[in-house]
Design a protein around this ligand. Structure first.
Ligand SMILES: Cc1cc2nc3c(=O)[nH]c(=O)nc-3n(C[C@H](O)[C@H](O)[C@H](O)COP(=O)(O)O)c2cc1C
Length: 662
């Protein structure tokens, strides 16, 4: 394939505010939580420099602290004017790689994703946030004008530090969105009342930015395209807003986002249970409301051919990608140079969201263990001067990540896997609803392992003697984990094998094509995403599915963007739940009557017509080989579930660290 070969539209340069973009690819703003102390960090520079190095023509930062009242947030505190050196280094690192750097302007207003309420919240009207029920303090008109002036001064400071522009985040249910929406803006002054009033704050902000920074400073605008809420902003209202805010033709591009701080938060980062490019239907329609201002398409665009098609068909002029470029910062360069096969694709699993919102940690990615490291873009390990014989036991995603990286380092790597194909339990997840994208992890790893010269010996469970016979210097043990049977399950029933864990049960259930009579019961003390994908698979095969859990709700360990979809689909598919309950085993279970007992008051719920009982429970590491191998004097490193059973993020991260020798 020639350079630019198949994707000519994607790699056609474009001009914005008199600046040249080398191609049409933009990194969409993603909160990275890499500046906890409000000052530029190496991680922050690495993150954006890597997206530039990987070929993006424009990169929008995470929201910046542009206003004094944002002082307590873990964002770059631009308003303090005390880190010009850091901001300049950030701008140089990105702009020096021919990528335009834009700072994002955003305030969450009344919006809040995590428990509790925000006492500092400001808003259009004193009405509750739809998620956290935080009631903000309504800004006065004078405060709004002061806030606009403050932002414009901070933008001028960014410009002086070498930034090419800013993006106003007017979507996602944040402060500006709250002003735009009739649902949250009930003001009767000049900043409310009608579309002129509700769009005024953004229109005045754009004008102030122009005054402060001139016309050769990029001003982008992210607007709600459809927030999914009754009485708020659907595509028709979005068209009116877009028209109002582009009439003056003083913004350089517009992009549209989905969802709000509400039950529609899941539309914010559409996941793998929905179609690819889910915003395109309204994006295409909204183009005609932009008064000729360039449109950036956004939302689960993961594939170069899809991106190129959008541009070639004239549906947009730019392509914005958040998670796609998180997963692989070199996506643009790989697409440009005919290496699309080498892309580590985004799974749309929203693990990244969980890392920042739930764990309050720097953003991380299942399919990119090097986020924020200096050599992240198009990473290939450096060769070692001291090659060793390394045996990786287990060909799941932890073992395969260790295998390809260790082999690429120049070690002589043999992988011993029990299954016929690499991928381990991730392969099972791939067969469940919303699992299609998972193969991207092990497909990349397998191809990379082959390229790096690892030897794969699959289809036989290795014994300690098999491994010792290979005389390895080091063993990387990636042998996974097993679900711990729940206390209520009598050992003899377990031995009979008719109540098995979910992972043992699914291979027998998945081939069933016709719906079976009876009830499938899933006892759940796992609460991770895969369990509910499995519940959907059970529900498609049994007349009724009931999830029983001792917690007060299901999916409590899943980040809210993903959890909303789990709860919605469970409701739509009529999957039932019995919460705050434990199973009580009685002989009646064998006749199809299962008793569930409320953990607080002892009330019994009987589930009739039991056709299948399975459980998803905490897992214990399968690390029995570690002892004998260590006794034989071999250096053993455990990774993935064999070290500490967790989600896929830990599997690839720990495998990667072991493989590269970090
Ligand atoms: C972890 C994460 C953090 C995000 N943070 C922001 C943000 O701070 N500001 C913003 O405008 N959008 C943010 N977004 C939304 C993205 O910019 C983008 O609109 C959305 O993810 C859909 O695009 P994608 O499918 O290419 O990721 C975030 C998305 C994710 C997954």
């Amino acid at each position: 394939m020639t350079e630019n070969g198949d994707f000519a539209a994607l790699f056609t340069p474009f001009a914005l505010a008199g600046k040249t973009l080398r191609n049409r690819i933009a990194h969409a703003s993603m909160s990275t939580l890499s500046t906890p102390l409000g000052r530029v960090t190496e991680r922050e520079i690495n993150y954006h420099a890597s997206r530039a190095e990987g070929g993006a023509a424009l990169s929008v930062t995470e929201p910046l602290g542009m206003m004094r009242h944002q002082a307590g947030l873990p964002r770059l505190q631009v308003w303090r004017r005390d880190d010009a050196d850091g901001l300049k280094r950030l701008a140089d690192a990105v702009e020096g790689r021919d990528c335009r750097l834009l700072g994002q302007i955003q305030d969450a207003g009344r919006g809040r994703h995590f428990p509790g309420r925000n006492p500092e919240a400001i808003g259009a009207s004193a009405l509750p946030d739809d998620l956290s029920w935080t009631v903000p303090r309504a800004l006065t008109a004078a405060e709004i004008r002061a806030l606009i002036a403050e932002i414009a001064e901070s933008a001028a400071y960014l410009q002086a530090c070498g930034f090419s522009g800013v993006e106003i985040s007017g979507g996602h249910g944040h402060l500006f969105h709250q002003f735009l929406s009739p649902h949250s803006n009930r003001r009767d002054d000049e900043y409310g009342g009608d579309w002129d009033g509700r769009t005024r704050i953004v229109a005045e902000l754009v004008a102030a930015l122009r005054d402060a920074c001139g016309t050769d400073f990029i001003v982008g605008l992210k607007l709600p395209g459809d927030d999914g809420m009754a009485g708020s902003i659907g595509p028709a209202e979005a068209a009116v807003i877009a028209d109002h805010l582009t009439r003056a033709r003083n913004v350089d591009y517009v992009c549209f986002a989905g969802g709000a701080h509400a039950r529609t938060l899941e539309m914010h980062t559409p996941d793998r249970h929905g179609p690819p490019m889910p915003y395109m239907h309204f994006i295409k329609e909204l183009q005609s409301s932009l008064n000729g201002v360039p449109l950036m398409a956004l939302g689960r665009i993961t594939d170069p051919a899809e991106a190129d098609g959008i541009l070639a068909r004239g549906e947009a002029q730019l392509i914005g990608m958040g998670r796609t470029l998180l997963a692989d910062p070199a996506w643009p360069e790989k697409a440009r140079t005919g290496r699309s096969w080498d892309i580590r694709y985004c799974l749309s699993c929203n693990t990244c969201w969980g890392t920042i919102v739930q764990q309050r940690q720097p953003v991380a990615c299942v399919n990119n263990p090097r986020v924020g490291l200096a050599d992240e873009a198009d990473y290939w390990p450096e060769r070692t001067d001291d090659p060793k014989r390394i045996t990786v036991v287990g060909a799941g995603i932890a073992g395969m990540e260790a295998a390809w990286t260790a082999a690429a380092r120049g070690h002589r790597v043999t992988v011993l896997g029990a299954s016929e194909e690499p991928g381990g339990k991730a392969r099972l997840r791939e067969q469940l609803p919303g699992g299609e994208t998972v193969s991207s992890i092990y497909d990349y790893q397998t191809a990379a392992a082959e390229r790096a010269g690892a030897t794969l010996v699959l289809g036989r469970r290795a014994t300690a003697d098999d491994i010792i016979a290979l005389n390895p210097h080091r063993v990387i043990l990636a042998t996974g984990s097993t679900m711990i049977p729940p206390d209520w399950l009598p050992p003899d029933v377990q031995a009979e094998g008719w109540v098995r864990d979910l992972r043992d049960t699914l291979p027998d259930i998945l081939p069933i094509t016709a719906r079976q009579p009876g009830t499938a019961v899933l006892y759940d003390t796992d609460h991770t995403e895969a369990t509910y994908a499995a519940a959907e698979a059970l529900n498609a095969r049994f007349a009724r599915t009931v999830i029983v859990t001792p917690r007060d709700a299901i999916a409590t360990d899943v980040p809210m963007v993903t959890r909303q979809g789990i709860l919605r689909r469970a409701a739509e598919q009529r999957i039932e739940t019995v919460t705050l309950a434990e199973v009580r085993w009685t002989d009646a279970a064998a006749e199809g009557r299962l008793e569930c007992v409320n953990i607080y008051n002892g009330d019994v719920t009987v589930i009739e017509d039991l056709a299948l009982l399975t459980y998803a429970t905490p897992r214990a590491p399968d690390d029995a080989l570690a002892g004998p191998l260590r006794n034989a004097g071999i250096d053993v490193v455990t990774v993935g579930d064999a070290r500490a059973p967790q989600e896929m993020l830990f599997a690839t991260a720990s495998g990667h660290a072991a493989g590269v020798g970090e």
